[in-house]
Write a protein that binds this ligand. Structure first.
Ligand SMILES: C[S@@+](CC[C@H](N)C(=O)[O-])C[C@H]1O[C@@H](n2cnc3c(N)ncnc32)[C@H](O)[C@@H]1O
Ligand code: SF4
Length: 420
């Protein structure tokens, strides 16, 4: 019997319509650099000396520079990430949002998120952020255990974490708390206590990130004692069970939400929508009728400011080719518990799903993925071994490195989580 003739695949994408567009705004400073963090965040202990006004001017100039690449498109969500955007005054965020709305069409019901730190000074500004148009707050709590907060080098204590969470919920309602687990010396009982404390706050969205030791961090140079794999797995099961019992859906690898409170901005990343990232080190993915581009802006705040003033904020720009776009799509989509509709692949990559036929078949055979004529989704095994599942979609040239490459499991597609 002869096998089916190979399907002829186009060499460039074809988009019937552009994917939905989100806007990411990076604020690159923090009061103090945390020892585990490899985000593009720079310590700036003297808050009063932050170049806020100059930076907002630069963001708006950066946006103007980018306008030709998003002409006529509407922004469905805005995310101020960092760094610590709550270091900025409410008037700076107000000016940034007003300037964005004056330059691009923003959906009337757009989700507008701002990342905040529970430090006292930031908390005092919450009402001002709301008045500026922010309608969702994402608070970096990390833990409610005072010893863990100290081990993580956080600038706030557990009382400030509780007070900030209560203020955020009273003012915004729509709140996410970021927590990390598998912390230095953390026992499953301590992790359970953290989960209970987070649930008691009543935020409709909770993110739980497995603490990872990243290159170029203090924890990489001086590793703290971490729970072993069995203890970490026990902690994960405890988080999952407690949140399910409290009515939160585990809709993405690290994200849990009450029905209707999922983060729309991050869902756009996971569903391989487009995003324009402005600000120091921000990443973009933008689709055009026959190509997809990735861009990265200059990372060092001072260099970014100087480059924007020169009219060229881009550090890198490259086209995403046919050989890698399937992997990039799956890297995001397979994080979603419910997976994605089969038709989404062609809508968001511009290529037919036949591009991945061999890889999809292999993932099914290994019990990591299931699909029918409507959806593609990871199985429970695929969710547990997500890196292995994602690695099956790597372009052939990268496959030999698959065992040494790890794919971050944090929310931050927002600030470049999946692409740093
Ligand atoms: C940009 S920070 C958010 C807000 C703010 N900068 C803060 O930390 O309060 C994004 C989140 O990434 C998570 N994160 C950062 N580094 C991490 C790491 N090495 N492992 C796991 N999660 C990490 C933390 O939960 C943090 O809240
Ligand atoms: S975790 Fe948050 S506060 Fe700490 S350095 Fe990173 S971005 Fe800044």
């Amino acid at each position: 019997m002869s096998s089916a003739a190979p399907v002829a695949l186009p060499s460039t994408p074809r988009f019937a319509a552009p994917p939905p567009l989100a806007l990411y705004v990076h604020i690159p400073w923090c009061l103090k650099k945390c020892p585990y963090c490899d985000f593009n965040s720079h310590e700036h202990a003297d808050r009063a000396a932050l170049p806020e006004a100059r930076y907002v001017d630069a963001l708006l100039a950066d946006l103007e520079f980018a306008l030709p690449s998003i002409w006529g498109r509407r922004v469905g969500s805005i995310f101020f990430g960092g760094g610590t955007p709550s270091l900025f005054g409410a008037d700076a965020i107000d000016r940034a949002l007003a300037g964005i709305r004056a330059r691009v069409p923003v959906a009337p019901d757009a989700e507008v998120t701002l990342e905040a730190n529970p430090g006292t000074f930031e908390r005092e500004k919450f009402a001002g952020f709301k008045a500026a148009g922010v309608n969702r707050l994402s608070l970096g709590v990390q833990s409610f255990d005072p010893r863990k907060l100290r081990a993580l080098g956080r600038v706030h204590d557990e009382r400030e974490a509780h007070a900030a969470a209560a203020a955020a919920i009273a003012i915004f309602g729509n709140v996410n708390l970021d927590l990390m687990y598998a912390l230095p010396d953390q026992t499953p009982a301590e992790a359970r206590a953290d989960v209970a404390a987070a649930l008691a706050c009543g935020a409709p969205h909770l993110s739980f990130y497995h603490l990872t030791i990243e290159l170029n961090t203090l924890f990489h140079r001086h590793p703290p004692p971490l729970p072993d794999d069995d203890a970490a797995a026990e902690i994960e099961d405890a988080i999952e069970a407690a949140l399910a019992a409290a009515g939160y859906q585990h809709y993405e690898t690290s994200a849990f939400a009450r029905p209707g409170s999922e983060c729309r901005h991050n869902l756009n990343y996971w569903r391989f929508g487009d995003y324009l990232g402005i600000g120091a080190g921000a990443h973009s993915k933008l689709s055009f009728p026959d190509r997809v581009l990735r861009q990265v802006r200059y990372k060092q705040p001072e260099q970014y400011l100087a480059q924007v003033e020169r009219g060229s904020p881009l550090l890198e720009e490259r086209e995403v080719g046919r050989g890698e776009i399937g992997f990039e799509f799956m890297l995001n989509a397979l994080r979603l518990t419910e997976g994605v509709p089969v038709s989404l692949f062609a809508e968001r990559t511009g290529f037919p799903l036949a591009l991945l036929e061999r890889e999809l078949g292999e993932a099914e055979r290994r019990g990591l993925l299931e699909r029918d004529h409507r959806r593609i989704r990871p199985t429970a095994l695929g969710r547990r071994f997500l890196n292995d599942l994602q690695a099956l979609f790597l372009p052939p040239a990268d496959r030999s490195h698959a065992t040494t490459r790890s794919f971050p499991v944090r929310e931050k597609a927002a600030t470049g989580f999946v692409e740093r």
